[in-house]
Design a protein around this ligand. Sequence first.
Ligand code: UD1
Length: 427
Amino acid sequence: MDQIRIRGGRPLTGTVRIGGAKNAALPLMAACLLTDETLTLSNLPHLVDITTMANLLAGHGAEIRMQGEAGDGGHTGRTLSLHAGKITDTTAPYDLVRRMRASVLVLGPLVARTGHARVSLPGGCAIGTRPVDLHLKGLQQLGAEIELAEGYIEARAKGRLRGGHVLFPTVSVGATENLLMAAALAEGETVLANAAREPEIADLARCLIAMGAEIAGVGTDTLTVRGVERLHGARHEVVPDRIEAGTFAMAAAITRGDLELLGARAGLMESVVDKLCEAGVEISPTERGLRVACPGGVRGVDVMTEPFPGFPTDLQAQMTALMSVASGAAMITETIFENRFMHIPELARMGANVTVHNASSLVRGVGGLKGAPVMATDLRASASLVLAGLAAEGETVVSRVYHIDRGYERIEEKLAGCGADIERVTA
Ligand code: UD1
């Protein structure tokens, strides 16, 4: 199994290119199931989760071709064409769904297009129980019949789904995406109220509109969809990854570096930019992205995770690593997932001083961290351990890095490219 070995203490400098957003790419890929024409997606990151989604879609009958690699349109991302001319199988098997919860995003498109979907119920995961009840209730409100049997969700519709009013009791990114895709092909008008507003949802909506969907309220918490009988092919470029950009911004800050994030957009991550600036990080827009510098180190700031436009839960662990070397203390409160503090015992092994109480962690900044062998438990937790390793004195070895490969493209190469002493080794 691969490990990442880091010798800390080098400031990050130069430039790093931010890729396309994984969390936008996955629902966009699932949207290919809504049409018998070709959907072409560019600026796709090269990640394990993208391959998992491609395998899942291929199982439903989609033909997937890679059209281009590095350099396309100034991006490093890939271009894939996805063509689901005929849906040959409406089952999303356990073996793929258990590897990636976002597999559940095929549910809405499959039942909307074919009137049937059988999708393995995703289980819990390292960061919490993560139910899918909101996806299912929403689809029922659009006329789908849902049954749970043998670990699978069985969704059926007689003819087309029909428009309805769906009020989400909790903001859910995945449920909003599933319902948006399903409503695009439903008969009549659907209103999705208290919808998630993450930029990845607006990106999906823009792609659906390019495919012929009629959607109003994009970027707001109320999406109104007038269903159409069929959607057609389109080309769409995936929005930049604000979580990767935030992670690299924090990497620059924790090493007191000076880094330009090519392709990063402040407008996609205002809450993160604001918090980092409050902590003393200098962030300014450049022609090509964002420049992040932190010559004087950071001071402690309190952070609470919230649905967009609030501070993203997917940057909470990385922020904790940054705050562990701040001057002063920081209170970090997680409101989205119930068990997202698994990085803390590992950070403590490197000398971080963190006390967890219910959904909050009190991080008392320490003068410096010390390298140690640590273990990644989930995707964003592993990123926080890499950040800590970049700042720590001596050697840090992060094991179970397969988690990090799900969401960060060649993270060690990108970090080495801006001056970090980091390498991937096979244990
Ligand atoms: C997406 C992101 C993930 C991010 C999360 C929150 C993708 C592929 N993943 O996950 O990186 O951390 O948004 O920003 O885009 N919930 C329910 N019932 C449901 C659905 C969700 O109770 O049916 C709860 C969840 O347990 C969680 C909260 O709602 O507590 C938010 O989850 P949700 O926004 O749905 O997250 P995902 O779409 O799974």
